[in-house]
Design a protein around this ligand. Structure first.
Ligand SMILES: C[S@@+](CC[C@H](N)C(=O)[O-])C[C@H]1O[C@@H](n2cnc3c(N)ncnc32)[C@H](O)[C@@H]1O
Length: 205
């Protein structure tokens, strides 16, 4: 699809502009519950987890309800503002996951649901390094990624008169493991809610 470049907004702007839409859609949608329950089953009650790319905090909320001690991070300010407003018992941070996040302290698990999908291929290794740096020894990396390869057509979206390139990428498991660069070991894959997605569980080594 060809679009006029100067008119196209990127990933962060897309989520800023649509923050309310995801909030309305997802606070009551429990589709990710089997994945979240699996995450909770791997951890002790009260384990510190980071919801990486948490949007407006709906899955962060559910992690709290499952007995975990979650923190949310997203680079969309509008999403984080809603997350804070709706969850005064959870800490939320507005930042880019490619930045140094060590100020957040360490976590027992990083939960990245459909968020690493927005990281360009040439930044994926840095993304895993940032995650590694804030995981406790033996901590888990639990991720939901696209079951396709390369930049997806779903990247391009028009809402009203506004065109977006929200940069959606699919990575093969082999590609992920190349970029993980020995920092994590694969534990298992859980069957995803549909064929477009993969649920992968890794452990820090
Ligand atoms: C498809 S949504 C998924 C949201 C939520 N995890 C869920 O399960 O529905 C992707 C989220 O990742 C966030 N995101 C994308 N790239 C990011 C980055 N580099 N740093 C922080 N957040 C990012 C977006 O703002 C958006 O809220």
């Amino acid at each position: 699809m060809v679009m006029e470049k100067n008119n196209v907004k990127g990933v962060k702007e897309f989520y800023d502009d649509t923050a309310m839409m995801w909030t309305d859609e997802w606070y009551d949608n429990t589709m990710m519950m089997p994945f979240l329950k699996k995450v909770a089953s791997m951890l002790p009650n009260g384990a510190r987890v980071l919801d990486l790319g948490c949007n407006s905090g709906y899955e962060t909320r559910r992690m709290k309800e499952l007995g975990l001690n979650p923190v949310g991070l997203d680079f969309s300010k509008n999403c984080i503002d809603i997350a804070k407003e709706r969850n005064n018992d959870i800490a939320f941070f507005c930042d880019d996951m490619l930045n140094d996040l060590t100020y957040l302290g360490k976590f027992d698990s990083i939960v990245a649901i459909a968020s690493i999908i927005h990281i360009p291929e040439d930044s994926l290794e840095l993304c895993f390094k940032r995650i590694y740096d804030i995981l406790n020894d033996d901590g888990y990396l639990c991720m939901v990624v696209r079951n396709e390869i390369g930049k997806l057509d779903a990247s391009y979206k028009t809402i009203g008169n506004q065109d977006y390139d929200r940069e959606v990428y699919g990575f093969s498991k082999e590609f992920i493991e190349e970029k993980i660069n020995g920092k994590f070991v694969f534990i298992e894959e859980m069957i995803a809610h549909d064929d477009h997605w993969k649920y992968y569980f890794y452990k820090k080594v």
